[in-house]
Design a protein around this ligand. Sequence first.
Ligand SMILES: [Fe+2]
Length: 255
Amino acid sequence: MELEGARSACSAPIDGPTQALSVWYTRVMRRSEIDTAINRASRYFSDTYFFLPPFAYWTMPQWKKNRELADEIIKVKLGWDATDFGSGDFKNMGRTMFTLRNGLARSNEYTKPYSQKVMYIMEGQRSPIHYHKNKMEDIVNHFGGNIIIKLWQKTPANKLSQSKVTYSIDGIRNITKAGEQIMLQPGQSICVIPGTYHQFWAEIGYGPVVSIEISSVNDDLTDNFWLENTQRFSTIEEDKPCRHLLCNEYELIVP
Ligand SMILES: [Fe+2]
């Protein structure tokens, strides 16, 4: 599939508590890197019997044909999401995800109050440290290696607190020191409550992880608050024709 008039898709502003600029902001992800990441994740999902809905594989003619019927997909941003969060280092700071269901925040149009994503996490591939004001999320280790997650409370100035954090793994309450590594083996899940800084990755040496995120409505435009300067959607260098539309690129579907 070639996207007609394909262009750099990112116009999302930097958000979060830290406004200091870093070199990250100028870095880009190549389209070929994104397509490779999605192909890799897609294959792994299938190999582990996690099957995606048909629109995961739509070509541009199918997107054009179904554009009006797919209004919900487009507006609540279901579908593919591959990002390096502006790091320029996708292998160590990035995610490949597919949003399966979601609602539309602050709207009466699509009122589903929950969201579900599936993620393919490479060994050592971190998310940036972040919190959500509104979203409560369960991070589930569905298949593969181990997830390592760190939790912190936040200070009134939105920095990392050194206070202990109370958390729950599969309904069992526990307490951790700030930023201590917590392991989730396949089958385990942790609940991250709003206002808790968190960062997680697949433990090195144990293989990639298929992780499911079950949460309240996911609003990537206004509900991610980063500890450091971070860009939610990558700036893309179009070094090859695009195969997979990302969930923030549906404006590229021209009728
Ligand atoms: Fe999160």
